[in-house]
Design a protein. Structure first.
Length: 441
């Protein structure tokens, strides 16, 4: 019986906690391990340390029952280990930092017994599971991979905000070290959770499959953003144009442009692919250009906001800018602020001398404080601001009484609608009011 097997999840972040608690609810005995005192403390008090739809309720149901948070991994106490630690990029070198993966591999290696299965779930450069994880597991355990224990790469492909739904809906890719017994074992585990399993050639295919997904998305969004920049020059509304050319024409799905492409995965995974390219002797230049295009967008937004202020006769040093949306995306709703384009916009505005005040429906105010942004309610923010920037498409922003809020602003004033939430024609006739969007004027 697969459910008799004891699971241990290393890393209880945006990936490990939803996964571990979902397996716990499915009937597995799950132990969660995290190196961060903040994470452990929060979980020991019964609180999820980030917002994810349904996660707190799930945690309430399983914590202390089938899901336990431990300080250390007990030797020989588990049958299946899942590595879900972070794989960030070094900001200066843009190269992956592998120390968390190395640490988790060593921790598991020390506890590993014959017959166990290790599942690598963190997103990594191609070759990591074979070249880094496997040797560390073998070194620490004295066991031989493929003979004494099994090893697979099984990527996480969910979007935060819909994690608990997608864990049960998305196909699970699995690439094995030996590609036989290991994949069968991991498939039996994931089949208790997901509708179907997609076995891929080997560990490297699994690792590359994950990177292909995210770099494709980054490229796709970069395409729309590039066209938005051109549309601004031409004087055409790119959001409307994308919708018009998609209308009834099934071959293409051109996305809506955006004020930046953020989030830990879409911003980081292109660098993991570029790093892999270097390792294997091929330069994936399309991926590089796409990343550059998307990385420019928040700076472009900040520049446009400063141009609007100038048109309104305001110096940055005497301007207050109200920023709405600090999470890296608005939909599905998340409190995740990692690699949020808003951070870049705020810092650029502050550097220019602006005072920035802000609001987000789910991001805690201490994040705003860490950016030196004063929290404000929506009504207060509009009243106090010389310019307003909408940075995410959070559902609350879509239903703002925008005309009333604009009427409450002292004129001259400006609005930059980064997500085209409102019809630009609403603003063009307002006296002393300056409007711009991403991909339209
Ligand atoms: N966030 C997402 O939506 C998402 C989606 C798909 C894939 N991924 C990938 O999954 C991996 C994890 O991402 P995340 O968003 O959950 O990261 P995270 O930073 O939220 O969580 C990782 C956790 O691992 C812990 N940790 C680090 N080293 C440890 C160790 N040696 N032992 C125990 N705990 C340790 C950290 O304290 C942290 O809480 C990354 O590779 C990421 O790229 C993330």
């Amino acid at each position: 019986m697969v459910k008799n097997q004891k699971l241990c999840v290393i890393g209880l972040g945006f990936v490990g906690l939803p996964l571990g608690t979902t397996f716990a609810e499915l009937g597995f005995a799950v132990t969660g391990i995290d190196a961060s005192p903040r994470v452990k403390e929060s979980l020991k008090q019964g609180r999820a340390h980030f917002a994810e739809s349904g996660l707190q309720e799930l945690l309430d149901r399983v914590l202390g029952k089938s899901f336990h948070v431990a300080d250390a991994v007990e030797k020989g106490a588990h049958d299946i280990y899942i590595i879900a630690v972070g794989t960030p990029i070094d900001d200066s070198t843009k190269e992956p930092m592998m120390e968390y993966v190395e640490g988790a591999s060593r921790t598991i290696g020390k506890a590993l017994k014959k017959g166990d299965l290790v599942i690598m779930r963190s997103t990594v450069p191609i070759g990591t599971t074979r070249k880094i994880v496997l040797p560390l597991l073998e070194e620490e355990s004295g066991l031989t991979g493929g003979k004494d224990f099994d090893l697979v790469f099984a990527p996480e492909r969910l979007v935060s905000g819909k994690a608990l739904i997608e864990l049960k809906e998305l196909p699970q890719i699995i690439g094995g070290y030996k590609g036989e017994k290991d994949v069968v074992r991991a498939s039996a585990l994931f089949s208790t959770m997901t509708p179907f399993i997609v076995p891929v050639e080997n560990l490297e295919a699994g690792e590359m499959g994950k990177l292909i997904d995210n770099t494709y998305r980054d490229l796709h969004f970069a395409y729309a953003n590039q066209m938005a920049r051109l549309a601004e020059k031409v004087g055409v509304d790119m959001t409307r144009l994308a919708s018009d050319v998609n209308n009834g024409y099934k071959r293409n799905r051109i996305p809506t442009p955006s004020p930046g492409v953020g989030g830990i995965c879409l911003k980081k995974d292109p660098y993991l692919l570029m790093y892999s390219g270097k390792e294997y002797g091929f330069h994936p230049f399309l991926t590089e250009s796409a990343r550059e295009m998307n990385a420019q967008m928040p700076l472009h937004v900040a520049e446009r906001a400063l141009v609007l202020l100038s048109a309104a006769g305001k110096e940055p040093s005497s301007s207050t800018v109200f920023v709405l949306g600090f999470a890296f995306k608005g939909k599905p709703v998340t409190s995740d602020t990692r690699d949020s384009p808003t951070t870049t916009v705020v810092q650029a505005l502050q550097k220019a001398g602006c005072k920035v005040i802000g609001y987000d429906p789910v991001v805690p105010s201490d994040h705003l404080a860490s950016l030196k942004v004063e929290p404000a309610s929506i009504e207060e923010g509009f009243k106090r601001a010389n310019a307003v920037i909408i940075m995410t498409n959070h559902p609350e922003f879509e239903s703002l009484p925008i005309e009333k809020l604009i009427a409450s602003m002292a004129k001259p004033a400006a609005l930059l609608d980064g997500w085209h939430l409102f019809d630009p024609s609403l603003f063009r006739e307002i006296p002393d009011f300056y409007y711009a969007g991403v991909g339209n004027n």
